[in-house]
Structure formats: structure tokens, C-alpha cells
Write a protein that binds this ligand. Structure first.
Ligand code: WT7
Length: 649
């Protein structure tokens, strides 16, 4: 891996909020005395009733995590009302449509009115504090209004990415027993329509069969495409909000009241409902947004994520709006109408801070430099990356071609569970190394351990744990606290285990090497191999399946499936196609298998455990280094797997 170091850029240095010395001092203080550090920084948001207790957290026993526990606040108040006096007429949300001629500017005052109206609609339909509201929306301003309206009345939102299937949506509605859904008639991405309302109708039928009955569906009209209408249940968003009052008092929420649930994949079982709470989350999201991106008043900030993922929660909506920023929300995709779309938008809106994913960077790098060079990108000052390890080649391209060696790159490592960024450079303060997420943010204590839990000091490679709490940390798995403890705090007792492998170099910099569990990262989308396997075996022709990731030039990892068929089934291309369609149906297009290998046998130990290590090697086309195969029940299956491999180089 590249060990090239980039000096701190002078431009970044002269404007930086934090220099290296301040970083060192603040970091030391945040570890030495977290009470004092966070007690001070917690004041960056408005509290109706100030907290007197700061930190009350334990990673052992019941794993109880509480921050600012006696404070009262409200997220929508902090993201909107607080700014009205000073910047009521400033643009809060700068919306860029899928179609380049479609855009909208929403000021803080307009945001206030829209959110209040929607909050009143929800209240009028019986949504109360603590109720769960499912949001299944395209990237339109109404998605942000919906999130903020929930927080205004104390409802807990659960956003489901618009690319998920009706089945996946149904599972999430059922798990959190959500009876109010907000969606749109259709989504629009890259010129293609996504039938969100139709999917919602199907999902509600499935949820009904599982005992959860959705009372209302609020529908935004995005495309005016044809939808089925259930008059008892469905409500047009534009009609209801037009008739509602434009004022709604924000609910006073306890710092530890639930804010949102977001489902994410793990190595086993169904996706988990990651629960974040109010006060600590907002403090952490806003503080990281300011310092990691070196956000200054008046900056135009753009994060290209979708609100269906945690990045959209923390760094499109909550962090930026809490800081009174102008946040750009993009409905489309990087290559529509052409691969210069990102840079056209940067020039059009004079974007200063740009935050995207390595998979997009690699895809655009592949499309050719001319798509970048024809734009000026003069406004850019900070570039960010998130979602998966960024390979040094893509890093250099981002730095040299997109940023023209003028913008520091912040490679930000974090997770749905962490609420905000944990390991990252700070612009103007941190020397950069391409491919390294560099150093911990304030209050974050990373630790590397070996497989037995022994702590590794100095230069080392191991499993990444965090040994003390930070305010943005998830509090529980919704409805299953035991699973929370088991998943994150039992592998290494008393430590939060991230599931990532990591190396620490001689400068104390962290290099994330990728997941060490059965989770794969496909185009920055996190997926449990077990979920794809269970989708495959739910097909009539399949008796058994094993899924692994393999290196993919653009996606980071591709999905490689070993499938054992039922007696009498024929493994041909038609069945391959059917299986791909089936998985897309069960989970969504993001889970589409890239390779399917029909394999009469899978490599198993005598006790019946599938040896994934071997399957990973064969998928990588690295079968000369299969390692020890002596524990296999039938070593013969390996030869067959190798000769029928689908990824020959
Ligand atoms: C997993 C979390 C957090 C926002 C998006 C993903 C990987 C994330 C980086 C990075 C290397 C990264 C990790 C992590 N990851 N950012 N900068 N460098 N790996 O959230 O879906 O919860 O996935 O994404 O493997 O565990 P998520």
C-alpha cells in the first residue's frame, strides 16, 4: 500500500478551524476528561433545559449508554427555528433534480413552514411521540421535511432506501410496527422511474399478513404517474399539507428519547434496527460536520449520499442543518445525463465542500478525465470520501484530477452504528496519506486486538475496537437489546467491536482493511452474505447457497454465489437469470448477484460448517493458496469448484 504523504495544503491551513496543535490538545483533553470536553461541546446545540449530567456509559453488563441524560431539546428546533432570526432567508436545502433543468431552493423560513405543516398533518392523523414512521422516498426535499417533521413531534423515523424491494420494506415496517408510511408516487433516477407507491402497496399487504396493519400512507406527487388509490388509507401530501396550519410547536424531547431507527445488515440474521437517540447524536453529527469538512458560514455543502443511508441522515440533513449550512440534495446519479454531472452541479451551484463514495470516484475515473476537465471546479475546497476503503489510485485521481491538488481529501471512516465520523483527517490539520483514514476524531479511542482479544500496541494489524463511548453511538438494536450486546460487545468483552480489520502505521495512522465478518460492501452498500443466501434458498430450485465477496474494480466488492440445486434441476443461464431476478425481488437491485456458480457440493468440515475461506479464495481466482484443506469432509469438492469457477482472470 502507498505510504506517500501529502503535506498540509497552505490554503487549507490558512482557513482551517483546527490546526495540528489544536487537534492534539483537544484530542488529549477529550480522552483525559470526556465529561469536561463534551460538557463544553454539548452546548453547541440549543437545550430547552440544559443537562447537568454529561456521560453515563458502560460497555459491560447491560451496556447502558446515556449522554446528556437530563437535558431537554428538539432536533427540528435546532435544525430550523434556531436559525430563523439570523438566516431565515438563507437557502437551507438546495435541491438538484434528476433532470439538470430541475432545481429548487428552500430557505430556512420555507423549511420551517413546510415542516410545521407536515408535522400537523401527522398529528391530525394520530401520530404521537414515540410512534414509528416509515419513510420510503426519493431524494426530494419532502424526504427531509418528513424526517424533520417526525423529530418535531417526537415520532421515530425509519427510512428505507428507495432501492429496496417490497419484501425488504415489509420486513422493516413489521419489525418496528410502523403504522404510518410516507412515500411518493414514483421516484426518478437516471431518467428511470421507480414505483414507490406500488411497492408500498405490496409491502403493506405482506406486513398485514405478519400482523402489522398500516393505517395511513402519505403520498408525495413526484411524477404524477398512475397509482392505485385506497381512499380509506391513502392521503395526498400536497392536499393535506396545504390545508394544515403553518405553525407547530416542537415537542420537548429528552436527550435519550429515540430519534430514528435505521436498518443495517450484519453477519447473521435479519437486518438490525440501529437505534439512535436525540441529544448526543445531534451534538456529534453537527460537531463532526463542522470540523471534518472545515465548514464555514456561507459554504455550499454537498454530500451525494441518499437519505436512505446513515450518511444521508447525519451529513445531508442533521449535521449541516444543525450548523445552519446550505445543504445540496441531489435526486440523480453520477452518470446521468453524462459522467460530468457531478462537476456540472459543482459549477452550477458553486459547491465548496463535496462528499462522495469511492465507488462513484472509481466509476467516474473509468469514464475518463475529459468529463472532469471541462468543468472549472474553482469553488471546491474540501473533498470527502466514505463508505469503503478508498484505493490509493482512486485517491490520487480524486486529489489530482478533481481537486487539482488544491483540496485536502477527508477519508472518513464510520458506520451506521457510530452515528457520525470516528476516524478521519481534519483539513489543514492532518497530513494526508492516500488510502488512510488517518486519526481518531475527538473523544474516539480506537484499539487493535488480535483474534484472542490481546491488545496490539504500536505498529500493528488486527481487529478494530473502540474502547469508550462517544455521543453519537447507537444505543440499542430496536426491540432486541440482547442482540445489541451480543453483536457488538461480546466478541471482545467491554469493547465495541466494529467488524472491521485495520492496520496502524508508525505515525499512528489507521488504515481500514475491510470487514472481517460475513458482511460485504458492494458499491458502498453494506450487505450480509447470510441475507443473500436466504434469498437464494427461498427459490424452489435451490437447496443450498453460500455467498462471498470478491474484489471488483468499480463496486469494491462483487457478490459471488455458490448454489447447490435441488435434485433434477438444470444449472443453465436461464436459471442464473431467474435467480438474479429472484434476489432482486427479495432484497432489491443492490443485492444482484454478479456471479453464480452451480456447485453440486460445498466445502464443509466434518461437523457440516461451510469453509468460506476456501470459497473466498476460489471467487478471487486465488486457488493456489487455499491453505489447509485437511479438515474438509470431502476434499474432492474443491477440485470441482476450481474447475467451474466463474471469475477466471
Ligand atoms: C462499513 C459501515 C458510514 C457511512 C457509510 C457506510 C466501511 C465506511 C469507510 C472508510 C474504509 C469504510 C467499513 C464499515 N467503511 N467508511 N472511509 N474506509 N471502510 O455505513 O453501511 O454502516 O457500513 O463501511 O467496513 O464497517 P455502513
Amino acid at each position: 500500500m502507498s505510504q506517500k504523504t501529502h503535506e498540509i495544503l497552505n490554503d487549507a491551513k490558512s482557513r482551517a478551524l483546527i490546526d495540528d496543535e489544536t487537534y492534539q490538545n483537544w484530542y488529549q483533553e477529550s480522552i483525559r476528561d470526556p465529561e469536561k470536553f463534551w460538557g463544553e461541546h454539548g452546548k453547541r446545540i440549543h437545550w430547552f433545559k440544559p443537562y447537568t449530567k454529561v456521560k453515563n456509559t458502560s460497555f459491560t453488563g447491560d451496556v447502558a449508554i446515556k449522554w446528556f441524560e437530563d437535558g431537554l431539546t428538539n432536533v427540528s428546533y435546532n435544525c430550523i427555528d434556531r436559525h430563523l432570526e439570523k438566516r431565515g432567508d438563507q437557502v437551507a436545502i438546495l435541491w438538484e433534480g434528476d433532470n439538470p433543468y430541475d432545481d429548487k431552493k428552500i430557505t430556512y423560513r420555507e423549511l420551517y413552514e413546510q415542516v410545521c405543516r407536515l408535522a400537523n398533518v401527522m398529528k391530525a392523523n394520530g401520530v404521537k411521540k414515540g410512534d414509528r414512521v416509515t419513510i420510503y422516498m426519493p431524494m426530494i426535499p419532502e424526504a427531509a421535511y418528513a424526517m424533520l417533521a417526525c423529530t418535531r413531534i417526537g415520532a421515530v423515523h425509519s427510512i428505507v432506501f428507495g432501492g429496496f424491494s417490497p419484501d425488504a420494506l415489509a420486513g422493516r415496517i413489521t419489525d418496528c410496527e410502523s403504522t404510518f408510511v410516507i412515500t411518493a408516487d414514483e421516484g426518478l433516477r437516471g431518467g428511470k422511474k421507480i414505483p414507490l407507491k406500488h411497492n408500498t402497496d405490496l409491502a403493506i399487504k405482506i406486513a398485514e399478513r405478519n400482523g402489522v396493519s398500516v393505517k395511513n400512507v402519505l403520498v408525495v406527487q413526484r411524477t404524477a404517474g398512475k397509482v392505485e388509490w385506497f381512499a380509506e388509507r391513502d392521503i395526498w401530501y400536497h392536499e393535506a399539507t396545504a390545508a394544515a396550519e403553518p405553525e407547530c410547536k416542537p415537542e420537548e424531547m429528552n436527550a435519550e428519547d429515540p430519534l430514528f431507527i435505521l436498518y443495517t445488515s450484519g453477519s447473521t440474521g435479519k437486518p438490525k434496527g440501529v437505534l439512535h437517540t436525540t441529544g448526543g447524536y445531534l451534538v456529534y453529527a453537527s460537531m463532526t460536520h463542522e470540523y471534518v469538512f472545515d465548514y464555514h458560514e456561507g459554504d455550499i455543502y454537498w454530500c451525494t449520499a441518499d437519505v436512505g443511508w446513515v450518511t444521508g441522515h447525519s451529513y445531508i440533513v442533521y449535521g449541516p442543518l444543525a450548523n445552519g449550512a446550505t445543504t445540496l440534495m441531489f435526486e440523480g446519479v453520477p452518470n446521468y445525463p453524462s459522467p460530468s454531472r457531478f462537476w456540472d452541479v459543482v459549477d452550477k451551484h458553486k459547491v465548496n465542500i463535496f462528499y462522495t463514495a469511492p465507488t462513484a470516484i472509481r466509476a467516474l475515473m473509468g469514464a475518463g478525465d475529459h468529463h472532469v476537465r471541462k468543468s472549472s471546479r474553482n469553488s471546491l475546497r474540501t473533498l470527502g470520501s466514505v463508505g469503503e476503503p478508498i484505493n490509493p489510485e482512486a485517491w490520487e485521481w480524486y486529489y489530482n484530477v478533481v481537486g487539482e491538488q488544491k483540496c485536502p481529501i477527508v477519508d472518513t471512516w464510520w458506520q451506521t452504528e457510530t452515528g457520525g465520523i470516528l476516524i478521519t483527517p481534519l483539513p489543514g490539520a492532518t497530513r494526508l496519506k492516500p488510502g488512510s483514514a488517518t486519526r481518531p476524531f475527538f473523544g474516539v479511542q480506537p484499539q487493535l486486538v488480535d483474534g484472542d482479544g490481546n491488545v496490539l500496541e504500536g505498529t500493528a494489524e488486527g481487529n478494530l475496537c473502540i474502547i469508550d463511548s462517544w455521543p453519537g453511538q447507537m444505543r440499542t438494536v430496536y426491540g432486541d437489546h440482547e442482540r445489541f450486546i451480543q453483536t457488538y460487545f461480546s466478541t471482545y468483552k467491554g469493547k465495541y467491536f466494529t467488524g472491521d480489520g485495520c492496520r496502524r502505521d508508525e505515525d499512528g495512522y489507521y488504515w481500514i482493511t475491510g470487514r472481517v465478518d460475513d458482511v460485504i460492501n458492494v458499491s458502498g452498500h453494506r450487505m450480509g452474505t447470510a441475507e443473500v443466501e436466504s434469498a437464494l434458498v427461498s427459490h424452489d430450485a435451490v437447496s443450498e447457497a453460500a455467498v462471498v465477496g470478491y474484489p471488483h474494480d468499480v463496486k469494491g466488492q462483487g457478490i459471488y454465489c455458490y448454489v447447490t440445486l435441488m435434485e433434477g434441476q438444470k444449472g443453465d443461464d436461464a436459471l442464473r437469470k431467474a435467480l438474479v431476478a429472484h434476489v432482486r425481488n427479495e432484497i432489491g437491485p443492490i443485492a444482484s448477484p454478479d456471479k453464480i456458480q452451480f456447485s453440486p457440493g460445498l466445502p464443509k468440515t466434518r461437523s457440516g460448517k461451510i469453509m468460506r475461506r476456501i470459497l473466498r479464495k476460489i471467487a478471487e481466482d486465488e486457488f493456489s493458496a487455499l491453505g489447509d484443506t485437511s479438515t474438509l469432509a470431502d476434499p474432492g469438492v474443491v477440485d470441482d469448484l476450481i474447475s467451474n469457477r466463474q471469475n477466471k482472470k
